[in-house]
Design a protein around this ligand. Structure first.
Ligand SMILES: [Cu+2]
Length: 620
């Protein structure tokens, strides 16, 4: 599934890598007179480096015409490629195996890097160099290990010096699907890391070939045991005849102890820099398991101290968890009819991840009760005994809080404080008697910064026993506010912090022009019930066409002397205001937030508004 624009590149890259590796394998084993160990080297390197591997193979090792391989592979730069391919094939294989194991074991990234280094080095040295090259080099296994140790060490050091920072930066930066081997992005990032590692290890491999410390490309002809190293030919030692002993016998390493020591020290310093650099910018104590494939909002600040829980908190909802696709025209805040059981009003709540349209052409991934944002409206009467059967089909634990209501403490909802959170798949029953009346709401109280921001809230409208106690109006409209952050098709919890600021705003789950339009006649009154179901901003809600009267605050009716007229009311998170507005003049009157950014959709004005805007059409 495509989650991010990069995924197109990832799938294309992996397809090219597989096709390239298949071609190299076919050509190597069918036509090319290369030594078997190098055939495998090129196949693996092409698998790991995709088009770069193919390019290296065609330009440096693929025999251009029959019986020209010896001459074709002779140039030093090609010998350097061969030597690097040999090193990288072994090292990268060890690194990849280690990366998979450390991810599965839940080890932190710093351990991952160390284990990858050790595994890459051991695999390269003990298998790809000492074991596979023994046939070529002669001698015992132990001799081969000893002989290959320093060349393998310096090459591996530089490979890892390039690979470690690239891998860490791409894995831990923003899209941490890259830390998990089950995700295609992991393989793409490994591929890029190996390619950079190859580039860094190449110069020292050229030097190793020149100093006869390492093999380059070879030629093996049928019927002859002889192996020709191009480098020897290039240096005038070559030819089939003396190959059996090359290069240990004829090619005595032409290097001084001082040269070897200084090169080794230099590569160790480069390795240290490559391993330490990521630790200066990323929290290497995190593991693939702890960050859970989180995708962070663009522009969010993460430091070496940012814990995994913070990352998961701010991450996008994985759209692959969506179990219900709401229709474009679907509306939230639908009144939910109770089921009567022995005098108790019973409501069923089911929380799940849904796709929800805030505009006809813009959908978000949301946490929703009963497949709608906001969740269903509970219309109650003072004195009702209510029971809410809550089933959690979210990927996270959750709870529900009855904002503003007097309830038994165990029914209040704060996770870990009054109740154990409701685990994914689990069920909880809230049961209480409604003692108040007015405008209230419910919302998640388990990580509300995330869950409420995703849509886990809904209105509770409670009529007083004595209807005359309620300030009258000809009609009512509930206004529930919400902020959203949606970028590149992913929905993040909008938060009042760097990188998490919202770019969409909704009234009852819809952004203007998809918000409702109220229809009134001159002389009629409407009671707006503003509910601060949003998480971050105080929204100054403004009505055109004359002032309204504020008649209730936080569910409580204001005494007549305390009521006041206004045309802007600041609705803060959690607050409720009931206001009565008379339609004085015919025409289209708008109700909107007076922070202009909140009346735009991703900074775009559509039809005169956006976001927190709705129309009241008054006819004479
Ligand atoms: Cu606002």
């Amino acid at each position: 599934m495509i989650l991010q624009p990069i995924d197109y590149v990832v799938f294309a890259w992996l397809a090219v890598a597989l096709a390239s590796a298949a071609y190299v394998a076919y050509d190597q084993f069918r036509y090319n007179p290369e030594a078997t160990v190098m055939k495998w080297g090129f196949v693996l390197v092409t698998l790991y480096m995709g088009p770069f591997g193919l390019l290296l193979y065609v330009l440096s090792d693929k025999e251009p015409a029959p019986n020209t391989h010896e001459a074709f592979v002779a140039p030093l730069w090609k010998q350097g490629v061969g030597s690097t391919v040999h090193c990288v094939a072994g090292d990268a294989t060890g690194i990849i195996v280690a990366a998979i194991l450390t991810a599965l074991l839940g080890l932190p990234m710093w351990a991952d890097l160390f284990i990858e280094y050790v595994a890459g080095f051991c695999f390269g040295l003990l298998i790809f160099q000492a074991l596979f090259m023994r046939a070529v080099m002669g001698g015992t296994y132990a001799e081969n290990v000893r002989r290959s140790f320093i060349p393998e060490l310096v090459s591996m050091n530089l490979m890892m010096a390039g690979m470690a920072p690239v891998m860490t930066m791409l894995m831990m930066g923003r899209d941490m699907r890259a830390m998990w081997p089950g995700e295609p992005l992991f393989w793409f990032v490994m591929s890029i890391g190996i390619t950079v590692g190859f580039a860094l290890a190449y110069p020292v491999n050229v030097w190793l070939v020149v100093r006869k410390l390492k093999h380059g490309l070879m030629t093996v002809r049928k019927g002859a045991h002889a192996v020709a190293t191009g480098s020897h030919e290039a240096m005038g030692h070559g030819g089939m005849s003396d190959m059996k002993s090359a290069p240990s016998a004829d090619g005595v390493p032409a290097v001084t102890r001082a040269q070897l020591t200084s090169v080794t020290i230099f590569t160790l310093l480069a390795l240290s820099a490559g391993m330490y650099a990521p630790a200066a910018f990323y929290n290497l104590r995190l593991s693939a398991e702890s960050v859970g494939r989180s995708i962070m909002p663009p522009g969010m600040i993460t430091t070496t101290e940012t814990p995994a829980n913070a990352m998961r908190d701010m991450a996008a909802i994985d759209p692959r968890l969506v179990t219900f696709h709401a229709a474009i025209a679907a509306r939230g805040d639908r009144p939910l009819a109770p089921r009567m059981e022995n005098g108790v009003k019973v409501f069923d709540f089911d929380a799940s991840v849904i796709q929800w349209y805030i505009l006809p052409n813009k959908s978000v991934t949301a946490y929703a009760i009963n497949g709608q944002v906001p969740g269903p409206r509970l219309e109650l009467t003072e004195g009702d005994h209510v029971r809410i059967n809550y089933t959690n089909h979210l990927p996270d634990s959750t709870t529900m809080h009855w904002h503003g209501l007097v309830v038994p403490n165990a029914m209040d909802g704060p996770a870990h404080i009054t109740q154990a959170p409701i685990a994914p798949g689990a069920h909880y029953v809230y049961d209480f008697v409604v003692q108040q009346s007015g405008s209230y709401f419910y919302h998640s109280h388990d990580q509300p910064d995330r869950q409420q921001a995703f849509g886990l809230y809904g209105a509770i409208i409670i009529r007083p026993r004595d209807r005359a106690a309620e300030p009258p109006a000809d009609m009512e409209y509930v206004v529930q506010l919400q902020e959203w952050l949606n970028r590149d098709g992913l929905t993040y919890p909008a938060m009042l912090m760097e990188g998490a600021l919202p770019n969409y705003f909704t009234i009852n789950g819809k952004a203007f022009p998809a918000t409702d339009t109220l229809h009134m006649r001159v002389g009629q009154t409407v009671k707006f019930r503003f509910i601060g179901t949003n998480n971050n901003f105080i929204h100054p809600m403004h009505m055109h066409g004359g002032p309204f009267t504020v008649v209730a605050r936080d569910g409580m009716v204001l005494a007549p002397a305390a009521r006041f007229e206004a045309d802007v009311i600041n609705v803060g998170p959690g607050q409720r205001y009931d206001v009565v507005w008379p339609a004085r003049e015919a025409g289209k009157w708008i109700l909107h937030c007076h922070i202009p950014h909140h009346t735009l959709n991703n900074n775009v004005e559509t039809g005169g508004g956006g976001g927190l805007t709705m129309l009241v059409e008054v006819t004479p």
